[in-house]
Design a protein around this ligand. Structure first.
Ligand code: CA
Length: 223
């Protein structure tokens, strides 16, 4: 597995490279944005870690450029900024996940592993805890009991499960599930999330679909 790190702070870049090499990843480091973009477009990586604040080409610009030619490679961005809008911008630019500096290496590693796992071939069943969605029969089961979903509920759950471990922005969900660009009104998304929760979250205090306030929704293990 090959990872590209685009990070201008040499101490952090070395720390990340050493840690990832210890985990048997093969690592390239780019210390500025233009070198990062050059490597990202000319070589094949399984995942790209991009710092947000870079001299020259910014992390968000790199992400947008990479996405023009490569929709699949997982991109995780590192940000010292933690305003909501920055995070939204990063995800909208095409990043799959983000991690705020300062971070624990273990957390970064766990997020990298999630991205590498979910980038594998599309399976015919998607699952999370006791929940199983079968894409060929269009059935959903919870702890072995079938749950009847409408077409829209099924599509919504499919999208969230397919991106398990990642944050799905409201815009991403609307684009994929409703096949329209939002801006006007995305309140039907919340309505359908509620429908799904009522059908899926039958246990006491159960919370399968997590709300990422101001950003969107995710299905992932609790930290
Ligand atoms: Ca930086």
């Amino acid at each position: 597995m090959k990872i590209l790190i685009v990070e201008d702070e040499i101490g952090i870049a070395n720390f990340l490279r050493d840690g990832l090499e210890d985990e048997n990843y093969s690592v390239d480091v780019a210390l500025d944005g233009s070198r990062g973009l050059e490597l990202a477009t000319n070589r094949i990586y399984d995942l790209i870690l991009v710092d947000w604040m870079l001299p020259g080409t910014s992390g968000i610009e790199i992400t947008k450029q990479i996405r023009k030619t490569n929709k699949k490679v997982p991109i995780v961005f590192l940000t010292a900024k933690d305003t909501l809008q920055d995070t939204v911008n990063g995800l909208e630019a095409g990043a799959n996940d983000y991690i705020k500096k300062p971070f624990q290496f273990e957390e970064l590693l766990a997020r990298i592993k999630v991205q590498l796992r979910t980038n594998e071939e599309e399976p015919t069943t998607l699952s999370f805890q006791g929940l199983v969605l079968d894409t060929t029969s269009h059935q959903v089961f919870k702890n072995g009991v079938e749950i009847n979903l409408t077409k829209k509920e099924f599509s919504l759950l499919y999208f969230l499960l397919k991106n398990k471990g990642k944050v799905c922005t409201r815009n991403d969900i609307i684009k994929e599930v409703w096949e329209i660009n939002f801006e006007t009104d995305s309140s039907s998304l919340d309505v359908y999330i509620n429908f799904l929760r009522k059908k899926l979250e039958t246990g006491v205090g159960e919370n399968i679909i997590q709300t990422i306030r101001g950003i969107g929704y995710t299905i992932r293990e609790r930290e």
